[in-house]
Design a binder for this molecule. Structure first.
Ligand SMILES: [Zn+2]
Length: 279
């Protein structure tokens, strides 16, 4: 090796060291080497009825994305009947196009992979048994295919209250539960239902309609102010559904009242066989 070549290699060597140093610094900055992404390799699948239902748990979806988990968002219906007092949209195909775009935007903001199915809002309830029941069966079978293909570690959906007693919410929650119960999943998969503590509801009838006693809501997921901001940015995507004057501050204050916690009820299977109902 002549001196020039040696000097050149030392030069390269120094630069490599500097490069390694800078890369390490960058990785520390982004948290890659600090173990700040504890759920890398894990996956969460949230299954809801309508575009914008996911806003119910959006802050924790933002949190899990931030913490490295892969988040899937399955939205079953097209939201074609989502008219409201804020806007003068007409129910039907045009609104479907709008809501599909809005849903893409909302999922992007959360960093979630969106699977938006094409079932009609209200699940053909107006067509009675012959219209609705085959439709409801198709949903269960399609959800089974999706869940089987992706095999998430965690499923989150509506509980029996459906948040608002909406039939689509309750049916989607029941469909996910049915898919879950119909198989012995080889890989552990946990099922959670979104819940509202009865203590946070004032009206007695509403407590019964959509509240759950805290003793059942034992999974309490906290989230950061930054996650809440992400949830707001996602919520704003659903422009056709929201008050255009809603400010970030109002949204944040409303959600901050809940101490930035989302309550879930974990599905628990019996741990042993029994030969009596009185145990
Ligand atoms: Zn809904």
């Amino acid at each position: 090796m002549n001196n020039k070549k040696g000097a050149f290699l030392i030069f390269i060597g120094h630069h490599s060291l500097i490069l390694i140093f800078l890369t390490t610094l960058l990785l520390f900055e982004t948290g890659e080497l600090q173990g700040q992404k504890p759920f890398e390799g894990k996956s969460v699948m949230a299954v809801f009825a309508h575009p914008d239902d996911e806003s119910t748990i959006a802050p924790i979806l933002a949190r899990y994305t931030r913490e490295g988990a892969k988040v899937y968002l399955v939205i079953v219906t097209d939201g074609r009947y989502g008219t409201n007092d804020f806007h003068d949209h007409i129910a039907g195909e045009t609104l479907v196009v709008t809501r599909k775009e809005e849903m893409k935007c909302a999922a992007n903001q959360l960093g979630a992979e969106l699977i938006h199915l094409d079932y009609h809002d209200q699940l053909k309830a107006d067509e009675g048994y012959d219209g609705h029941v085959p439709y409801a069966r198709a949903i269960i079978l399609e959800l089974k295919d999706i869940i089987q293909r992706i095999r998430p570690d965690v499923l989150i959906t509506w509980g029996p209250d459906g948040g608002s007693t909406h039939m689509d919410h309750r049916l989607v929650g029941a469909s996910v539960t049915q898919v879950y119960l119909s198989s012995e999943w080889q890989k552990p998969m946990y099922l959670f239902f979104y819940g509202t503590p009865t203590e946070s509801i004032d009206d007695a009838d509403t407590k019964t309609l959509r509240g759950q006693h805290k003793k059942y809501l034992r999974t309490k997921i906290s989230y950061s102010v930054a996650d809440l901001r992400t949830a707001f940015d996602s919520y704003k995507c659903h422009y056709s559904q929201i008050d255009p004057n809603l400010t970030k501050e109002e949204f944040m204050n409303r959600r901050n009242k809940n101490e930035r916690i989302i309550y879930l009820r974990k599905f628990e299977a019996p741990s042993k066989d029994a030969d009596s109902v009185f145990e």
